[in-house]
Design a protein around this ligand. Structure first.
Ligand code: SF4
Length: 307
């Protein structure tokens, strides 16, 4: 997806673990724990702990997992965009220590993304971690035959109704695709997207997340945050976050701007850290000098601060 970008060794590079873990579906296999993150590795039936030390170094426990964990860091966001849009160029410089994680198993990606629907990433992380422990690593066969009432309990905080989504889409993957959606990696994005949208519980954003974070298709998942930041920065002319606006933003980013799918992580970072819905932090935003909406809402921010 990145063309001829050289392979990076995460162990010798600076990594901002917080932003890396905050912005991508792949990172939701890691659950916040104490001042770091926990991930369950089913092949050894154990948790691995990862944290960033005050000097910036990453600590992995047990240490023998270090190589395996560091191999999950693929490349920094400074490598993600090669175009000439100044908003994206400044953002990638600012977020150069935020890393894109390696593509994950597409079935895992599908289940995690379903868990995020209408819920926070934090809730999805905790629920996924619980599922991993309960089933000693989920897979399509275990979930297709899962007890629905038990599953509803396990995923209650992420929406018990999603037990139906998980069980039925797993059964469909077995019936239609012999238990694997790996084949979607090697077909055109549109064909893979249509097949994903045909699975129970899968909508446009879920399909795009699976395509991007596990199957290697360069598509842009669009949500309300991407809409807001794209509109304010002029990356898209769409307004609002209706379904029609989301389609327009997607078209603008993918076809008009031709940004690689992973470059949308720059937009997510901007929205999360600075371009907030109610009180945008223009004064410390890395694109403040060139953003067409800089300053908008400052009066409101000041007024609210004074109250
Ligand atoms: S300058 Fe303001 S409006 Fe523009 S991206 Fe930054 S926070 Fe958002």
């Amino acid at each position: 997806m990145r063309g001829d970008v050289p392979v990076m060794d995460a162990d010798t590079m600076s990594i901002d673990l917080r932003s890396t873990m905050d912005i991508q579906i792949t990172a939701l296999e890691w659950m916040p724990f104490e001042d770091g993150y926990l991930k369950y590795y089913p092949d050894e039936d154990r948790d691995v702990y990862l944290k960033q030390c005050p000097d910036g170094a990453l600590e992995v426990s047990p240490e023998r997992y270090r190589g395996r964990v560091m191999a999950e860091f693929d490349y920094p966001l400074s490598e993600v965009y090669g175009g000439d849009n100044e908003i994206l160029l400044r953002s990638k410089e600012f977020y150069k220590n935020c890393w894109v994680l390696k593509l994950q198993d597409p079935y895992i990606s599908l289940i995690i993304t379903i868990l995020t629907q209408n819920k926070t990433a934090d809730s999805a992380r905790r629920t996924f971690y619980r599922l991993q422990h309960r089933y000693k690593g989920i897979d399509v066969h275990k979930m297709a035959s899962a007890d629905k009432h038990e599953l509803e309990e396990l995923i209650r905080t992420s929406g018990p109704y999603k037990a139906d989504f998980i069980i039925r889409c797993s059964q469909e993957i077995i019936d239609r695709y012999n238990g694997s959606i790996e084949w979607m990696r090697s077909v055109p994005s549109r064909e893979a997207r249509e097949a994903l949208l045909g699975l129970y519980g899968v909508g446009p954003k879920t399909a795009d997340c699976v395509l991007l974070f596990s199957l290697g298709h360069s598509v842009v998942p669009v949500d309300t945050h991407i809409c807001r930041v794209s509109e304010r920065t002029g990356l898209s002319m769409a307004t609002g976050d209706t379904e029609a606006a989301k389609r327009k933003v997607k078209e603008d980013l993918e076809q008009r701007r031709r940004i690689p799918g992973m470059a949308h992580l720059l937009i997510i970072n901007l929205g999360r850290d600075f371009c907030k819905a109610v009180l945008p932090l223009h004064h410390c935003c890395p694109v403040e000098g060139i953003c067409p909406k800089r300053g908008t809402g400052i009066r409101k921010e000041k007024k609210l601060t004074e109250e």
